[in-house]
Write a protein that binds this ligand. Sequence first.
Ligand SMILES: [Zn+2]
Ligand SMILES: [Zn+2]
Length: 241
Amino acid sequence: MFQRLLLPAWLKPANHCLLCDEHSEHSISGICTACELELPWLGGQCAACALPLPVDGLVCGSCLKRPPAFDRVIAPWRYAFPVDTLITRFKHQGKLPLGHLLAELLAQHIQHGMNDGLSKPDLLLPVPLAGKRLRQRGFNQAELICQWLSTALEVPVQKRWLIRQIDTPAQQQLDAKTRRRNLRSAFQLMTNAEVKNRHIALVDDVLTTGATAEMLARLLKRAGAAQVDVYCLARTPRPGE
Ligand SMILES: [Zn+2]
Ligand SMILES: [Zn+2]
């Protein structure tokens, strides 16, 4: 049975929805039922990379052609309004309570999945942020999400096992090929990382092309990881859709 997760105290009082500020009798997890229903829930999706698809349970063309190194992606939402705005406010304006809210909802989504047979990972690893962007932002959003998930799901986190070696240009403006080229040399696994035969979940805020997750999953599998899942808040549709 699905169990409601324990929420931090600041999410609970007053029953005011964090999104619409409406007073709500049925407020769960800090947002009202109306707002929860309006979130862009990811319905039909690729069974591997969670790309939005018209029907569920299929594998998308690119995963068929080139099976990803990660086993599967778990994401509750499409990267669309209002989730895109909420993530932006969390990441670029430092609105941590919004990030915490989204992470709690992601934890509930994963917990639902586990109740339906999804296996629990041994360990959570945040996708590392390049040094320059970390300095600009002051925090790594993936690390924060990872920490909140760790508490909610009771899975340990290792923040320093994956490292980003060089500052790659902001990936969002680049095409898939250039991203892959940049990423190949960008990540390293610490020599003291113990991933052999373990089930790892990589944690990030948004999965766009999946190139970063692919590189990291490959690195972890090469080091002997038994399974690599990707947990993220949102999945972008194919470019142009
Ligand atoms: Zn609301
Ligand atoms: Zn796919």
